[in-house]
Write a protein that binds this ligand. Structure first.
Ligand SMILES: [Zn+2]
Ligand SMILES: [Zn+2]
Length: 94
């Protein structure tokens, strides 16, 4: 897995989240759990989840609609704690 150097966390795993999650709070936290090998599966917010549902999953069109940010594994965990609502209804989240 690729690594990234973060100012806060040093060298860590690469992770991808939607840009809303990076700056937001309590936005919901959805991720792709099919990717079991990855401790930091790509994650997105409730708003992006609605786009995903509308388009029956991620595809070229949805990729144009949402912006993805590269963060480190440490930042990913912080972002997750900040945005997790505990009520996500996606099948992707248990
Ligand atoms: Zn989003
Ligand atoms: Zn970091």
């Amino acid at each position: 897995m690729a690594t990234i150097r973060c100012d806060q966390h040093g060298v860590s795993h690469e992770a991808f989240v939607c840009k809303h999650l990076v700056y937001g709070k309590y936005l919901g936290f959805f991720c792709d759990l099919d990717d079991r090998q990855n401790p930091y599966p790509d994650a997105w917010c409730n708003g992006c989840e609605l786009i995903r549902i509308e388009h029956n999953g991620w595809n070229d069109v949805t990729e144009e609609l949402i912006e993805i940010a590269l963060v480190c594994g440490g930042c990913y965990e912080e972002i997750k704690q900040k945005n997790l609502l505990g009520s996500e209804s996606s099948t992707a989240v248990q």
